[in-house]
Design a protein. Structure first.
Length: 507
Protein backbone atom coordinates (compact mmCIF):
# COMPACT_ATOMS: atom_id res chain seq x y z
CA UNK A 1 0.00 0.00 0.00
CA UNK A 2 1.34 3.41 -0.98
CA UNK A 3 2.52 5.55 1.93
CA UNK A 4 0.36 8.49 0.91
CA UNK A 5 -2.73 6.24 0.82
CA UNK A 6 -1.84 4.89 4.24
CA UNK A 7 -1.54 8.38 5.64
CA UNK A 8 -4.89 9.35 4.16
CA UNK A 9 -6.57 6.21 5.52
CA UNK A 10 -5.03 6.69 8.95
CA UNK A 11 -6.11 10.35 8.98
CA UNK A 12 -9.68 9.48 7.94
CA UNK A 13 -10.00 6.76 10.59
CA UNK A 14 -8.60 9.10 13.25
CA UNK A 15 -11.09 11.85 12.42
CA UNK A 16 -13.98 9.37 12.30
CA UNK A 17 -12.92 7.87 15.62
CA UNK A 18 -12.90 11.29 17.27
CA UNK A 19 -16.34 12.13 15.86
CA UNK A 20 -17.71 8.73 16.84
CA UNK A 21 -16.41 9.11 20.40
CA UNK A 22 -18.08 12.48 20.74
CA UNK A 23 -21.33 11.11 19.30
CA UNK A 24 -21.24 8.15 21.64
CA UNK A 25 -20.84 10.56 24.52
CA UNK A 26 -23.97 12.34 23.31
CA UNK A 27 -26.15 9.24 22.94
CA UNK A 28 -24.79 7.04 25.72
CA UNK A 29 -27.99 7.60 27.73
CA UNK A 30 -29.70 5.50 25.06
CA UNK A 31 -27.70 2.48 26.20
CA UNK A 32 -29.34 2.38 29.63
CA UNK A 33 -31.32 -0.80 29.05
CA UNK A 34 -28.35 -2.69 27.60
CA UNK A 35 -25.90 -1.25 30.10
CA UNK A 36 -27.91 -2.01 33.23
CA UNK A 37 -30.03 -4.96 32.21
CA UNK A 38 -28.29 -7.05 29.51
CA UNK A 39 -24.61 -6.35 30.14
CA UNK A 40 -23.53 -4.23 33.08
CA UNK A 41 -21.09 -1.55 31.94
CA UNK A 42 -21.68 -2.06 28.20
CA UNK A 43 -21.74 1.62 27.19
CA UNK A 44 -18.68 2.46 29.29
CA UNK A 45 -16.78 -0.45 27.75
CA UNK A 46 -17.76 0.75 24.28
CA UNK A 47 -16.67 4.27 25.15
CA UNK A 48 -13.31 3.02 26.51
CA UNK A 49 -12.71 1.03 23.31
CA UNK A 50 -13.40 4.17 21.31
CA UNK A 51 -10.86 6.21 23.25
CA UNK A 52 -8.18 3.51 23.10
CA UNK A 53 -8.89 3.08 19.40
CA UNK A 54 -8.47 6.80 18.82
CA UNK A 55 -5.19 6.98 20.77
CA UNK A 56 -3.78 4.09 18.71
CA UNK A 57 -4.83 5.84 15.53
CA UNK A 58 -3.08 9.03 16.59
CA UNK A 59 0.12 7.03 17.07
CA UNK A 60 -0.45 5.42 13.68
CA UNK A 61 -0.93 8.82 12.10
CA UNK A 62 2.24 10.14 13.69
CA UNK A 63 4.21 7.10 12.50
CA UNK A 64 2.79 7.42 9.00
CA UNK A 65 3.81 11.05 8.78
CA UNK A 66 7.35 10.34 10.05
CA UNK A 67 8.56 7.20 8.27
CA UNK A 68 5.80 4.60 8.48
CA UNK A 69 7.60 2.85 11.35
CA UNK A 70 4.49 2.47 13.48
CA UNK A 71 2.06 1.82 10.68
CA UNK A 72 0.71 -1.73 10.52
CA UNK A 73 -2.04 -2.62 8.06
CA UNK A 74 -3.64 -5.28 10.36
CA UNK A 75 -3.94 -2.70 13.14
CA UNK A 76 -5.61 -0.29 10.74
CA UNK A 77 -8.08 -3.01 9.73
CA UNK A 78 -8.89 -3.74 13.39
CA UNK A 79 -9.34 -0.02 14.02
CA UNK A 80 -11.66 0.21 11.06
CA UNK A 81 -13.80 -2.72 12.23
CA UNK A 82 -14.09 -1.28 15.75
CA UNK A 83 -15.07 2.05 14.26
CA UNK A 84 -17.75 0.51 12.05
CA UNK A 85 -19.22 -1.52 14.94
CA UNK A 86 -19.42 1.52 17.18
CA UNK A 87 -20.85 3.79 14.51
CA UNK A 88 -23.43 1.07 13.82
CA UNK A 89 -24.42 1.05 17.50
CA UNK A 90 -24.72 4.82 17.54
CA UNK A 91 -26.81 4.84 14.37
CA UNK A 92 -29.15 2.21 15.84
CA UNK A 93 -29.74 4.20 19.02
CA UNK A 94 -30.15 7.47 17.11
CA UNK A 95 -32.80 5.86 14.91
CA UNK A 96 -34.60 4.27 17.85
CA UNK A 97 -34.46 7.39 20.02
CA UNK A 98 -34.36 10.17 17.44
CA UNK A 99 -37.24 12.01 19.12
CA UNK A 100 -35.15 12.38 22.27
CA UNK A 101 -32.01 13.55 20.48
CA UNK A 102 -31.98 16.95 22.18
CA UNK A 103 -32.19 15.27 25.60
CA UNK A 104 -29.20 13.12 24.66
CA UNK A 105 -27.37 16.27 23.65
CA UNK A 106 -28.19 18.07 26.91
CA UNK A 107 -27.04 15.17 29.08
CA UNK A 108 -23.66 15.12 27.36
CA UNK A 109 -22.90 18.84 27.46
CA UNK A 110 -20.86 18.64 30.66
CA UNK A 111 -18.70 15.79 29.33
CA UNK A 112 -18.14 16.89 25.74
CA UNK A 113 -15.75 19.80 26.49
CA UNK A 114 -13.43 17.52 28.50
CA UNK A 115 -13.46 14.83 25.83
CA UNK A 116 -12.82 17.44 23.14
CA UNK A 117 -9.89 18.84 25.12
CA UNK A 118 -8.46 15.33 25.50
CA UNK A 119 -8.47 14.79 21.73
CA UNK A 120 -7.09 18.26 21.08
CA UNK A 121 -4.13 17.51 23.38
CA UNK A 122 -3.52 14.20 21.58
CA UNK A 123 -3.47 16.00 18.26
CA UNK A 124 -1.21 18.82 19.45
CA UNK A 125 1.19 16.38 21.15
CA UNK A 126 1.55 13.60 18.60
CA UNK A 127 0.54 14.93 15.19
CA UNK A 128 1.16 18.66 14.93
CA UNK A 129 4.93 18.58 15.81
CA UNK A 130 5.70 16.19 12.93
CA UNK A 131 3.36 17.78 10.40
CA UNK A 132 4.54 20.05 7.59
CA UNK A 133 5.16 23.74 8.14
CA UNK A 134 2.14 24.78 6.07
CA UNK A 135 -0.14 22.46 8.05
CA UNK A 136 1.26 23.83 11.32
CA UNK A 137 0.54 27.38 10.24
CA UNK A 138 -3.00 26.50 9.20
CA UNK A 139 -3.56 24.75 12.54
CA UNK A 140 -2.18 27.74 14.45
CA UNK A 141 -4.58 30.05 12.60
CA UNK A 142 -7.55 27.75 13.24
CA UNK A 143 -6.74 27.43 16.95
CA UNK A 144 -6.24 31.19 17.31
CA UNK A 145 -9.52 31.88 15.53
CA UNK A 146 -11.31 29.35 17.76
CA UNK A 147 -9.96 31.06 20.89
CA UNK A 148 -11.03 34.51 19.67
CA UNK A 149 -14.52 33.26 18.72
CA UNK A 150 -14.93 31.47 22.07
CA UNK A 151 -13.98 34.60 24.03
CA UNK A 152 -16.29 36.74 21.89
CA UNK A 153 -19.24 34.35 22.32
CA UNK A 154 -18.75 34.23 26.11
CA UNK A 155 -18.43 38.02 26.38
CA UNK A 156 -21.09 38.89 23.80
CA UNK A 157 -23.47 35.92 23.43
CA UNK A 158 -25.46 35.66 20.23
CA UNK A 159 -29.14 36.53 20.41
CA UNK A 160 -28.77 39.31 22.94
CA UNK A 161 -30.71 39.23 26.19
CA UNK A 162 -34.40 38.39 26.16
CA UNK A 163 -37.29 36.32 27.44
CA UNK A 164 -37.88 32.71 26.44
CA UNK A 165 -41.56 33.14 25.55
CA UNK A 166 -44.38 34.32 27.79
CA UNK A 167 -44.62 33.55 31.51
CA UNK A 168 -46.89 30.83 32.86
CA UNK A 169 -48.87 31.23 36.08
CA UNK A 170 -48.83 27.91 37.96
CA UNK A 171 -51.31 27.26 40.75
CA UNK A 172 -50.09 24.90 43.48
CA UNK A 173 -53.22 25.14 45.63
CA UNK A 174 -51.80 27.72 48.02
CA UNK A 175 -50.80 30.59 45.71
CA UNK A 176 -49.85 31.48 42.16
CA UNK A 177 -46.29 31.09 40.95
CA UNK A 178 -45.43 33.31 38.00
CA UNK A 179 -42.74 31.31 36.19
CA UNK A 180 -40.72 32.68 33.29
CA UNK A 181 -37.31 32.20 31.71
CA UNK A 182 -34.62 34.27 30.06
CA UNK A 183 -31.91 33.24 27.64
CA UNK A 184 -29.15 34.47 29.98
CA UNK A 185 -28.51 34.40 33.73
CA UNK A 186 -30.53 37.19 35.33
CA UNK A 187 -32.43 38.38 38.37
CA UNK A 188 -36.18 38.47 37.78
CA UNK A 189 -39.29 40.13 39.15
CA UNK A 190 -43.05 40.46 38.71
CA UNK A 191 -44.70 43.88 38.66
CA UNK A 192 -48.32 43.89 39.88
CA UNK A 193 -50.87 46.61 39.23
CA UNK A 194 -53.44 45.91 41.93
CA UNK A 195 -55.90 47.91 43.98
CA UNK A 196 -53.15 49.32 46.18
CA UNK A 197 -51.11 50.47 43.20
CA UNK A 198 -47.92 49.17 41.66
CA UNK A 199 -45.87 46.56 43.49
CA UNK A 200 -42.68 44.73 42.50
CA UNK A 201 -41.87 41.24 43.82
CA UNK A 202 -38.42 39.87 43.11
CA UNK A 203 -37.46 36.21 42.77
CA UNK A 204 -35.48 35.80 45.98
CA UNK A 205 -34.02 33.17 48.27
CA UNK A 206 -33.90 34.30 51.92
CA UNK A 207 -33.97 37.94 50.84
CA UNK A 208 -31.32 37.67 48.14
CA UNK A 209 -32.25 38.00 44.47
CA UNK A 210 -31.70 34.70 42.71
CA UNK A 211 -29.53 34.70 39.61
CA UNK A 212 -30.79 32.08 37.19
CA UNK A 213 -32.44 31.59 33.81
CA UNK A 214 -35.67 30.30 35.35
CA UNK A 215 -37.60 32.51 37.76
CA UNK A 216 -40.59 31.69 39.95
CA UNK A 217 -42.29 34.46 41.89
CA UNK A 218 -44.99 33.60 44.42
CA UNK A 219 -48.05 35.86 44.24
CA UNK A 220 -51.14 35.61 46.45
CA UNK A 221 -54.44 34.94 44.70
CA UNK A 222 -56.04 38.28 45.54
CA UNK A 223 -53.00 40.18 44.31
CA UNK A 224 -53.18 38.78 40.77
CA UNK A 225 -56.81 37.83 40.07
CA UNK A 226 -58.34 40.28 37.56
CA UNK A 227 -55.32 42.59 37.63
CA UNK A 228 -52.70 43.56 35.04
CA UNK A 229 -49.15 42.38 35.53
CA UNK A 230 -45.78 42.34 33.82
CA UNK A 231 -42.48 40.56 34.30
CA UNK A 232 -38.94 41.89 34.18
CA UNK A 233 -35.35 40.73 34.42
CA UNK A 234 -31.93 42.30 34.82
CA UNK A 235 -29.00 40.44 33.34
CA UNK A 236 -26.50 39.11 35.88
CA UNK A 237 -22.97 39.73 34.63
CA UNK A 238 -20.81 39.23 37.72
CA UNK A 239 -21.70 38.17 41.25
CA UNK A 240 -18.89 38.41 43.81
CA UNK A 241 -18.77 38.75 47.58
CA UNK A 242 -17.85 42.44 47.66
CA UNK A 243 -19.52 43.83 44.58
CA UNK A 244 -20.65 42.49 41.22
CA UNK A 245 -22.38 43.91 38.19
CA UNK A 246 -25.88 43.78 36.77
CA UNK A 247 -26.51 44.67 33.15
CA UNK A 248 -29.40 45.36 30.82
CA UNK A 249 -33.00 45.32 32.09
CA UNK A 250 -35.85 43.94 30.01
CA UNK A 251 -39.60 43.96 30.66
CA UNK A 252 -42.63 42.18 29.21
CA UNK A 253 -46.22 43.39 29.59
CA UNK A 254 -48.42 40.31 29.97
CA UNK A 255 -51.93 41.65 30.54
CA UNK A 256 -54.90 41.03 32.80
CA UNK A 257 -54.90 37.73 34.64
CA UNK A 258 -58.26 35.93 34.62
CA UNK A 259 -58.97 33.39 37.38
CA UNK A 260 -60.87 30.26 36.41
CA UNK A 261 -64.69 30.73 36.59
CA UNK A 262 -66.46 28.68 39.24
CA UNK A 263 -68.61 26.79 36.72
CA UNK A 264 -69.04 26.55 32.97
CA UNK A 265 -65.29 26.58 32.46
CA UNK A 266 -63.02 24.78 29.99
CA UNK A 267 -59.88 22.91 31.01
CA UNK A 268 -57.26 22.02 28.41
CA UNK A 269 -55.22 18.95 29.36
CA UNK A 270 -51.77 18.38 27.85
CA UNK A 271 -49.87 15.22 28.70
CA UNK A 272 -46.82 13.21 27.70
CA UNK A 273 -45.44 15.73 25.21
CA UNK A 274 -41.98 14.09 25.60
CA UNK A 275 -40.03 16.95 23.95
CA UNK A 276 -42.40 17.09 20.95
CA UNK A 277 -42.64 20.38 19.08
CA UNK A 278 -46.27 20.89 18.00
CA UNK A 279 -47.80 24.25 17.17
CA UNK A 280 -48.65 25.13 20.78
CA UNK A 281 -50.70 28.16 19.70
CA UNK A 282 -53.41 25.77 18.43
CA UNK A 283 -53.92 24.30 21.91
CA UNK A 284 -56.04 25.86 24.65
CA UNK A 285 -57.56 28.60 22.50
CA UNK A 286 -60.74 28.63 24.66
CA UNK A 287 -59.25 27.38 27.91
CA UNK A 288 -60.02 28.95 31.28
CA UNK A 289 -57.46 26.73 33.02
CA UNK A 290 -54.67 24.51 31.68
CA UNK A 291 -53.43 21.21 33.11
CA UNK A 292 -50.02 19.79 32.16
CA UNK A 293 -50.15 16.16 33.26
CA UNK A 294 -46.46 15.27 33.20
CA UNK A 295 -43.74 13.63 31.11
CA UNK A 296 -42.67 16.88 29.51
CA UNK A 297 -39.59 15.04 28.20
CA UNK A 298 -37.98 11.61 28.48
CA UNK A 299 -35.62 12.95 31.13
CA UNK A 300 -34.79 16.28 32.76
CA UNK A 301 -31.17 16.96 31.84
CA UNK A 302 -30.89 20.76 31.56
CA UNK A 303 -32.52 24.12 32.11
CA UNK A 304 -33.18 24.17 28.36
CA UNK A 305 -35.22 20.98 28.63
CA UNK A 306 -37.39 22.51 31.37
CA UNK A 307 -37.83 25.77 29.47
CA UNK A 308 -38.49 24.24 26.04
CA UNK A 309 -40.82 21.48 27.21
CA UNK A 310 -42.76 23.04 30.10
CA UNK A 311 -42.37 26.78 30.66
CA UNK A 312 -42.61 27.91 27.02
CA UNK A 313 -45.50 25.53 26.10
CA UNK A 314 -47.41 26.43 29.28
CA UNK A 315 -46.87 30.12 28.55
CA UNK A 316 -48.14 29.79 24.98
CA UNK A 317 -51.17 27.62 25.81
CA UNK A 318 -52.25 29.79 28.78
CA UNK A 319 -51.10 33.11 27.33
CA UNK A 320 -49.77 33.93 30.79
CA UNK A 321 -53.28 35.12 31.69
CA UNK A 322 -54.87 31.84 32.83
CA UNK A 323 -53.89 29.48 35.64
CA UNK A 324 -51.85 26.33 34.97
CA UNK A 325 -51.82 23.13 37.02
CA UNK A 326 -48.78 20.87 36.66
CA UNK A 327 -48.30 17.37 38.01
CA UNK A 328 -45.04 15.50 37.59
CA UNK A 329 -44.87 12.41 35.40
CA UNK A 330 -42.62 9.41 35.88
CA UNK A 331 -40.11 10.77 33.33
CA UNK A 332 -40.16 14.13 35.12
CA UNK A 333 -38.49 12.29 38.00
CA UNK A 334 -35.61 11.08 35.80
CA UNK A 335 -32.43 12.97 35.02
CA UNK A 336 -29.81 14.97 36.85
CA UNK A 337 -31.78 18.25 36.72
CA UNK A 338 -34.96 17.00 38.43
CA UNK A 339 -34.04 18.58 41.81
CA UNK A 340 -33.12 21.79 39.98
CA UNK A 341 -36.50 21.85 38.18
CA UNK A 342 -38.53 21.33 41.35
CA UNK A 343 -36.47 23.96 43.15
CA UNK A 344 -36.77 26.39 40.22
CA UNK A 345 -40.57 26.07 40.05
CA UNK A 346 -40.64 26.74 43.81
CA UNK A 347 -44.02 25.09 44.43
CA UNK A 348 -45.08 24.68 48.03
CA UNK A 349 -45.72 20.99 47.28
CA UNK A 350 -45.93 18.58 44.34
CA UNK A 351 -49.30 17.35 45.64
CA UNK A 352 -52.11 19.66 46.68
CA UNK A 353 -55.82 20.42 46.59
CA UNK A 354 -57.49 23.15 44.55
CA UNK A 355 -61.15 24.14 44.83
CA UNK A 356 -62.94 25.93 41.99
CA UNK A 357 -66.60 26.58 42.80
CA UNK A 358 -68.23 23.18 43.44
CA UNK A 359 -65.24 21.31 41.98
CA UNK A 360 -62.61 19.95 44.33
CA UNK A 361 -59.43 18.97 42.46
CA UNK A 362 -56.92 16.79 44.28
CA UNK A 363 -53.54 16.77 42.52
CA UNK A 364 -51.23 13.84 43.28
CA UNK A 365 -47.69 13.02 42.21
CA UNK A 366 -47.81 9.51 40.74
CA UNK A 367 -44.01 9.39 40.68
CA UNK A 368 -42.47 6.16 39.41
CA UNK A 369 -44.27 2.83 39.08
CA UNK A 370 -41.42 0.43 39.84
CA UNK A 371 -39.44 -0.58 42.90
CA UNK A 372 -36.73 1.89 43.91
CA UNK A 373 -34.17 -0.86 43.24
CA UNK A 374 -35.16 -1.17 39.57
CA UNK A 375 -32.16 -0.98 37.22
CA UNK A 376 -33.65 2.00 35.32
CA UNK A 377 -33.21 4.24 38.37
CA UNK A 378 -29.52 3.38 38.87
CA UNK A 379 -29.84 3.81 42.65
CA UNK A 380 -31.11 7.41 42.56
CA UNK A 381 -34.72 6.77 43.64
CA UNK A 382 -36.09 6.67 47.17
CA UNK A 383 -39.82 6.95 46.53
CA UNK A 384 -41.06 4.75 49.36
CA UNK A 385 -40.89 7.44 52.10
CA UNK A 386 -42.04 10.12 49.64
CA UNK A 387 -45.14 8.14 48.70
CA UNK A 388 -45.77 7.40 52.37
CA UNK A 389 -45.69 11.12 53.15
CA UNK A 390 -48.08 11.88 50.27
CA UNK A 391 -50.43 9.13 51.46
CA UNK A 392 -50.43 10.49 55.02
CA UNK A 393 -51.28 13.92 53.58
CA UNK A 394 -54.14 12.44 51.53
CA UNK A 395 -55.45 10.62 54.62
CA UNK A 396 -55.49 13.92 56.51
CA UNK A 397 -57.87 15.51 53.99
CA UNK A 398 -61.53 15.83 54.80
CA UNK A 399 -64.30 14.94 52.39
CA UNK A 400 -65.50 18.12 50.71
CA UNK A 401 -68.99 18.77 49.41
CA UNK A 402 -69.04 19.06 45.64
CA UNK A 403 -67.65 17.28 42.61
CA UNK A 404 -64.39 15.59 43.59
CA UNK A 405 -61.84 15.05 40.80
CA UNK A 406 -58.33 13.60 40.92
CA UNK A 407 -55.61 14.98 38.62
CA UNK A 408 -52.46 12.89 38.31
CA UNK A 409 -50.06 11.64 35.67
CA UNK A 410 -50.61 7.91 35.90
CA UNK A 411 -53.42 5.71 37.24
CA UNK A 412 -50.62 3.47 38.54
CA UNK A 413 -50.74 5.61 41.67
CA UNK A 414 -53.55 3.25 42.73
CA UNK A 415 -51.21 0.27 42.63
CA UNK A 416 -48.01 -0.85 44.28
CA UNK A 417 -45.02 -1.74 42.04
CA UNK A 418 -46.06 -5.41 42.12
CA UNK A 419 -49.52 -4.42 40.77
CA UNK A 420 -51.22 -4.98 44.11
CA UNK A 421 -53.91 -2.39 44.95
CA UNK A 422 -52.61 0.61 46.87
CA UNK A 423 -54.50 2.14 49.80
CA UNK A 424 -54.65 5.35 47.73
CA UNK A 425 -57.69 4.10 45.80
CA UNK A 426 -59.62 3.59 49.06
CA UNK A 427 -58.51 7.00 50.29
CA UNK A 428 -59.69 8.71 47.09
CA UNK A 429 -63.05 6.93 47.13
CA UNK A 430 -63.42 7.91 50.78
CA UNK A 431 -62.91 11.54 49.74
CA UNK A 432 -65.72 11.21 47.20
CA UNK A 433 -63.45 11.16 44.13
CA UNK A 434 -65.36 9.62 41.24
CA UNK A 435 -63.36 10.93 38.27
CA UNK A 436 -59.64 10.74 37.40
CA UNK A 437 -57.92 12.92 34.79
CA UNK A 438 -54.55 11.47 33.78
CA UNK A 439 -52.13 10.60 30.99
CA UNK A 440 -49.17 8.20 30.86
CA UNK A 441 -50.59 5.75 28.29
CA UNK A 442 -50.08 8.03 25.25
CA UNK A 443 -53.66 7.53 24.15
CA UNK A 444 -57.08 9.14 24.47
CA UNK A 445 -59.45 6.82 26.30
CA UNK A 446 -62.42 6.88 28.66
CA UNK A 447 -62.79 4.07 31.22
CA UNK A 448 -66.14 3.84 32.98
CA UNK A 449 -66.45 3.07 36.69
CA UNK A 450 -67.64 -0.47 35.97
CA UNK A 451 -64.60 -1.18 33.78
CA UNK A 452 -62.08 0.52 36.05
CA UNK A 453 -59.97 -1.60 38.41
CA UNK A 454 -60.48 1.03 41.11
CA UNK A 455 -64.19 1.64 40.55
CA UNK A 456 -63.44 5.26 39.63
CA UNK A 457 -64.14 6.48 36.10
CA UNK A 458 -61.01 7.66 34.34
CA UNK A 459 -60.11 9.76 31.30
CA UNK A 460 -56.67 9.37 29.70
CA UNK A 461 -55.97 12.63 27.90
CA UNK A 462 -53.60 11.70 25.04
CA UNK A 463 -49.91 12.21 24.51
CA UNK A 464 -47.17 12.47 21.95
CA UNK A 465 -47.81 10.94 18.53
CA UNK A 466 -44.74 8.82 17.89
CA UNK A 467 -45.01 8.96 14.11
CA UNK A 468 -45.00 12.76 14.05
CA UNK A 469 -42.73 14.77 16.33
CA UNK A 470 -44.74 17.92 15.56
CA UNK A 471 -48.13 16.60 16.60
CA UNK A 472 -49.67 15.72 19.96
CA UNK A 473 -53.01 14.47 21.28
CA UNK A 474 -54.61 16.73 23.89
CA UNK A 475 -58.04 17.04 25.52
CA UNK A 476 -60.46 19.91 26.09
CA UNK A 477 -62.95 19.41 28.93
CA UNK A 478 -65.90 21.69 29.68
CA UNK A 479 -67.21 21.55 33.25
CA UNK A 480 -70.86 22.57 33.55
CA UNK A 481 -73.01 21.72 36.58
CA UNK A 482 -71.33 18.36 37.12
CA UNK A 483 -71.34 17.34 33.46
CA UNK A 484 -68.04 17.12 31.60
CA UNK A 485 -67.90 17.16 27.82
CA UNK A 486 -64.45 15.88 26.80
CA UNK A 487 -63.04 16.17 23.29
CA UNK A 488 -59.61 14.71 22.49
CA UNK A 489 -57.92 15.86 19.32
CA UNK A 490 -54.56 16.36 17.68
CA UNK A 491 -52.94 19.69 16.90
CA UNK A 492 -53.56 18.92 13.22
CA UNK A 493 -57.32 19.02 13.82
CA UNK A 494 -58.18 15.32 14.00
CA UNK A 495 -60.89 14.55 16.56
CA UNK A 496 -59.91 11.30 18.29
CA UNK A 497 -62.53 10.85 21.00
CA UNK A 498 -65.64 12.60 22.33
CA UNK A 499 -67.22 11.62 25.62
CA UNK A 500 -69.77 13.01 28.08
CA UNK A 501 -69.06 12.24 31.74
CA UNK A 502 -71.45 12.83 34.62
CA UNK A 503 -70.05 13.41 38.10
CA UNK A 504 -71.63 12.44 41.39
CA UNK A 505 -71.83 15.29 43.85
CA UNK A 506 -70.44 14.41 47.27
CA UNK A 507 -72.20 15.77 50.35
Amino acid sequence: MDKKVKIILSSVFTVLSVIASLLLCAVRVGFVFVDNYVFDGFCYLLWAIFIVNTVVLFFQLRGSILDNRLFKTPVLIINGLILLINIGCIAAFLIIGKDDLMDYFYVSLETLPYLSLFYALLFLTFVLPVAGRVFQRITACVVSAAIVVTVAVVAFPAGGFGFEGSPAVFDDGSAYHVVFATNRESVGYVKLNGESGERVIWDTVAGRKESDRIHSVRVEYDELDNFEYSVGAVRAIEDIAYGGHLGKEITLEVGRFAPCPEDGFEMTCVTDNHSSRPDWSKIGTNADIVAFLGDISSGVYSANSIIDNLIVPAGIVSGGTKPVIYTLGNHDHRGSKVPYMIDALDFDSCYFRKTIGDYVFTVLDSGEDKEDENYEYAGYNAFAPYFEKQMRWAESLEKEDGYNVLITHSPHIFFEPDDKPSPMSDIMRGLGVDFVICGHSHTAKYIGANDSETGIQTYICGGKIDEDHRDIRYTDMTFDNGVINAVSMSTKGEVILEEQIRLEKAN
